[in-house]
Ligand binder design. Structure first.
Ligand code: BES
Ligand code: MN
Ligand code: ZN
Length: 510
């Protein structure tokens, strides 16, 4: 029986409308975020946030901003500089008497990065409160403010979890379209977080496919699911899933606008739990492995917002779903499998399972979908996390402008990527004595693990413009930080959305 979980994204309101849309994740009873966008804070709002910039700029006087001590003197007293992330709390006199708290929040230069951070800081200060009214600055990237505030107010709890974010955020002033844009991006990222945070006792491959179907129904996408019995040629997905009581599957989501500029295929790793298989992980390494479908979640979530953003490219999403489990029917180290398209792979380590399921999807995309660009997203290697830590994703690409576009989309959206090399000399590591390829370095050196995994995947891309995002580091956070909340982060959603909606054409140089 499914357990009761409660993912919460604070309600976002505008003064112009009553309640925001529900999260698409209704199976979990998600509460929506409502936004209010209007002229001044509601007279009964008891927690109001007001922007202030660097330097001596005091906020314009307003009747509801009356403090016993002049506000500019207070800010000077606290040596507040107006930097993003700075929040100064001031009690003020309420209309008709009484006290309310005003949070003066620094907005820095008003850039997207600054306002994302500012929004997050202010939402965190309102933790546990029913409602927060945020007065929007007159200039700057307002969408980023809403995005940061709403994402910082995300929580996922099972039963009586300790996370209690602010219940509702009311945006006061600001362009409503910008605010809605920020809210839509936050909603998509929150959907990915919900999927990632769901425990694997609930999150079987079939469950993930059901979520994808629900998302498709709610956001104008076509969906197709290959059940286990239909996975015939997908030998990698079958092999990884064969040890689990929950059968594997492959999900395809399709977004088809009128006159698409290009066709982008997104491939996501959907390992619903990674025990390592018979090459078993130690306890510590296994603990977080419910998050091993974060790449697939990013694909599903990014695609959920394509229609709302009127993305100009055709997008096909493939999520290869399997549980990498142990049992008498699990694949063994030394087994040889046949991937989609006929290539054979010697499985020397069953814990290198992500590349096996991705290889099938990549080969299928090349053979059947005629994509202009292929991008895969996967929590693929611990090595990527060792190399770059948890703040950056590792990017590999066979196309220069695709790489540049993805890096730029990441920078702009607050999800940074670092380009890594596809070192040709290392390709020989993957030669096998008995099959076309080995799934890990046959000498088991473990050196350049993230690069080796990327080189393995490249074999299945058919030479098409391809990028690989190894998000093993940033997909998950150990603690709250800025707009990031502990657990699944939704990493990749924002950068993919930005790439897919702004790419005027899917530029390629090769
Ligand atoms: N899912 C893991 C990678 C991972 C590690 C993600 C840590 C998030 C945090 C992947 O399936 C895996 O086990 N990779 C192995 C590859 C190795 C056997 C070549 C790894 O990184 O150890
Ligand atoms: Mn693994
Ligand atoms: Zn894995």
């Amino acid at each position: 029986m499914p357990i009761e979980t409660t993912p919460v994204l604070a309600d976002a309101h505008s003064a112009h409308r009553a309640h925001g849309a529900q999260s698409p994740q209704s199976a979990h009873g998600a509460q929506g975020t409502h936004g209010a966008y209007g002229a001044g804070p509601a007279p009964d709002a008891d927690l109001v946030a007001v922007p202030f910039g660097p330097g001596p700029t005091a906020p314009a006087p307003a009747p509801w901003l009356e403090s016993p001590v002049p506000v500019d003197a207070l800010l000077a007293h606290y040596e507040a500089k107006g930097e993003p992330g700075e929040v100064v709390e001031v009690p003020t006199v309420r209309d008709g008497g009484g006290v309310r708290r005003v949070l003066f929040y620094g907005v820095g230069d008003g850039s997207a990065a600054a306002l994302r951070k500012a929004g997050a800081a202010v939402a965190r200060r309102a933790k546990g409160r029913a409602s927060l009214s945020v007065v929007v600055p007159s200039e700057g990237d307002v969408a980023a403010l809403a995005e940061g505030a709403l994402l910082a107010a995300y929580a996922f709890t099972v039963g009586n979890g300790r996370s209690k974010p602010v219940g509702e955020i009311v945006f006061v002033g600001g362009d409503e379209r910008d605010l809605k844009r920020g809210e839509a991006v936050a909603r998509a990222a929150a959907l990915a977080r919900d999927l990632v945070n769901t425990p694997s006792s609930v999150k079987t491959p079939a469950w993930l496919a059901e979520q994808a179907k629900a998302v498709a129904a709610g956001s104008g996408l076509d969906v197709r699911v290959w059940e286990e019995s239909e996975l015939g040629e997908f030998g990698g997905i079958r092999a990884v899933g064969q040890g689990s009581i929950s059968p594997p599957c492959l999900v395809q989501l399709s977004y088809t606008p009128d006159n698409p500029r290009a066709h982008v295929v997104l491939v996501g790793k959907g390992i619903t739990f990674d025990t390592g298989g018979l090459s078993l992980k130690p306890t510590e390494g296994m603990k977080a492995m419910k998050t091993d479908m974060a790449g697939g979640a990013a694909v599903i979530a990014a695609m959920s917002a394509l229609a709302a953003f009127d993305a100009p490219v055709r997008v096909t999403g493939l999520v290869a779903c399997a549980e990498n489990s142990i049992s008498g029917s699990a694949q063994r180290p030394g087994d040889v499998i046949t991937q989609y398209g006929g290539r054979t792979v010697e499985v020397l380590n069953t814990d290198a399972e992500g590349r096996l399921v991705l290889a099938d999807a990549l080969a299928y995309a090349h053979a059947e979908l005629d994509p202009d660009v292929v991008i895969d997203v996967a929590t693929l290697t611990g090595a990527a996390k060792v190399a770059l830590g948890v703040n950056l994703g590792a990017l590999y690409a066979t196309d220069e402008s695709l790489a540049a576009d993805l890096v730029a989309a990441g920078e702009a959206g607050g999800e940074r990527l670092w380009r890594m090399p596809l070192v040709e000399d290392y390709r020989a590591m993957l030669d096998s004595d008995v099959a076309d390829l080995a799934n890990v370095d046959r000498r088991m050196s473990g050196a350049a693990g993230s690069i080796a995994a990327a080189l393995f995947l490249r074999e299945f891309t058919g030479g098409r413009p391809w990028a690989h995002l190894d998000i093993a580091g940033p997909a998950r956070a150990a603690s709250d930080e800025g707009e990031i909340t502990k657990g699944g982060t939704g990493f990749g959603v924002r950068l993919l959305l930005r790439y897919l909606t702004t790419a005027s054409r899917a530029r390629t140089t090769t």
